[in-house]
Write a protein that binds this ligand. Structure first.
Ligand code: SF4
Ligand code: FES
Length: 204
């Protein structure tokens, strides 16, 4: 694959054609915050936390680095007053859904995000889609998916598939930045398990 050279935060970075700006930065040890990115998954561009500035000629534009292609001579800035402000706002909006997420709390410290800025709507899921996409793209099982739309959108295990595939897998658990996935799993499992009295009766 052809090599290209670009500049990220003033550093000359070598990348391969086809890489995203995020991949080029990570390859050079430059960190960009992400919530919905995973190296095994197709780029998604959902959370927008990885936003950066790129300079094209005399003007600057903001792009989502996990989907934006690295290009020859591209000049990228991963932090600026504006970028930090956008990340702070994204984090404040996410924190109203999942105020106890360790990952969000950590990012909030770095960007000065106030977890109480917006009214709490503790749905816990921040719709990063990592669990859904991992199960579909890596495991090819589709045992977990989104149901409903807009503010009602939430993840749900598909009982018929989950009962066969999930109990011994759980590879999606560590990917979830909140407690939403485990809560949905526990609920599904309890709905699928027979009550203890029936279980013991069937063993007799
Ligand atoms: S349950 Fe967790 S991993 Fe799945 S979409 Fe919601 S926040 Fe992301
Ligand atoms: S990590 Fe790029 S949009 Fe979420």
């Amino acid at each position: 694959m052809n090599k290209i050279l670009l500049q990220i935060d003033g550093k000359e970075v070598e990348a391969s054609e086809g890489m995203t700006v995020l991949e080029a930065a990570q390859g050079a040890g430059i960190s960009i915050p992400t919530l919905c990115h995973h190296e095994k998954l197709e780029p998604f561009g959902g959370c927008r936390l990885c936003i950066v500035e790129v300079q094209v000629g005399d003007w600057t534009k903001r792009v989502v680095s996990c989907v934006y292609p690295a290009e020859e001579n591209l000049v990228v800035r991963t932090r600026s007053e504006k970028i930090d402000k956008i990340r702070k706002m994204i984090l404040e909006l996410q924190l109203c859904h999942a105020p106890d997420s360790p990952e969000l709390i950590e990012f909030a410290k770095e960007y000065g995000a106030d977890k109480d800025r917006f009214e709490k709507e503790a749905s816990f899921c921040i719709h990063c889609g990592l669990c859904v996409r991992y199960c579909a793209e890596v495991k090819k099982k589709n045992a977990v998916g989104f149901v409903d739309r807009g503010i009602r959108k939430e993840i749900s295990f598909i009982p018929a598939i989950a009962s066969k595939e999930c109990w011994d897998c759980k590879e999606c658990f560590p990917l979830c930045p909140t407690e939403a996935l485990q809560a949905a799993y526990v609920l599904t499992k309890s709905l699928l398990s027979p009550p203890p009295s029936l279980e013991s009766a069937s063993e007799e």
